[in-house]
Write a protein that binds this ligand. Sequence first.
Ligand code: 2M8
Length: 449
Amino acid sequence: AAARAQGRLSDGALTARAAYILRNNDLGTMTAAAPRLYPHMWSWDAAFIAIGLAQVSVDRAITEIEALLAAQWRTGMIPHIVFSPDDPDYFPGADRWGCAALAEAAPRTPATSGICQPPVHAIAVQRILEAARREGPRERREAEAFLDRAWGPLMRWHRWLVQQRDPDQVGRITVHHGWESGMDNSPRWDGPYARVEVGPDLPPYRRRDTQVVQDMSQRPSDREYDRYLWLVEQMRRARYDDAEIRRTVSFAVEDVFLSAILAVACDVLADLGEDAPQRAGDVEELRRWAGQLRAGVAASVDADSGLARDRDIRTGEWLNTETIAGFAPLLCGGLDRPAERRLLNLLDSERWSGHPSFIAAVPPSTSPQSADFRPREYWRGPQWPVMAWLFGWAFGYRGWPERSALMREEGLRLIGDGSFGEYYNAFTGEPLGSLQQSWTAAVALDWLC
Ligand code: 2M8
């Protein structure tokens, strides 16, 4: 394996640095996803951040989730960005989205974006409860009271996804923007984006992300960005109405990874609800949704590759790309034993985490053997520590403690230099994108504490 520039810090030093970064990125009741590149609260970042915060302060972790839930739309949608008033220069910011003015269901304040992100939040609530129970009786009481408050909003969130994004009950959730998947420029979306025709009346804009990350090769291209902004424009014209969005937005893809996350999140929430008899109805509904989604994810598996697939609902075609999302069934289960074993073997193979030149054996965002692979470009190849955490957590939840421990060990190897990069070049260990990225620091805390 190639040598990395800096050596590995001690666990104590890594822990201290990770805690320092979360404190430094703390805006009060929310944590910026990254200090300069992402100066606001992002939905799934907030959940991972709360998982890390729970190791330092249960109270602060609860505050993080409550700040996010306070921005929930009346429809039940949890928006992908909650804007902090402190950085009006971010692009696309609250004005470009225009949600408060255009959408009846959006809160007037705080300002939010008009799309969603993967529903990992129930996992965060479960981790907060676990941490609180370890901490002592006061924390335990507080976390249980928090669960009571969060229960309704989380149910509404999951119900919105199931009803508005899978109205035909195929068991897979549709996204209308690559940003909703959290994997913005993944090769998963190349086909659907190629079919998005940018209108001549796309209002002009200036990117800010490439002023922060100046090496363009680490960020999406301008062509890609035009399409991202065009979809926002289409949503504005639909006034963010769910039915109208389904009808008019050019991008509509069943996201198998988000669907698997929702399946397992429904199970986790149901686990949390088991003790309360008044939640029996909700728990039953959650288990039904989980079952439906698990089946939908399993049905997407390609017989040749063994990988799960997204599906473009504007053309009806299955999308065959070799990305980390192909391992979605490992998060939620639902495959028969041989299919699951095949997928695990593939994950361990040289095509994926087991590539002999990787510094750390965690799944890259795109297979290094794929023609789509780019070693330094965002969701097209680099390894994302937060994804390693998610798989490691899921392996634990699914009853595979050795696999879970291995993901932790390899994840720590990946982030051992202490820069807490957003993503890493798998061959060199070079941290890429933003440094001091909050969710990277957060998963480090969870791994280390
Ligand atoms: C990235 O997404 C934002 C857009 O929402 C961006 O590129 O500007 C993604 O990695 C996303 O998954 C993440 O939540 C966000 C903040 O870390 O950054």
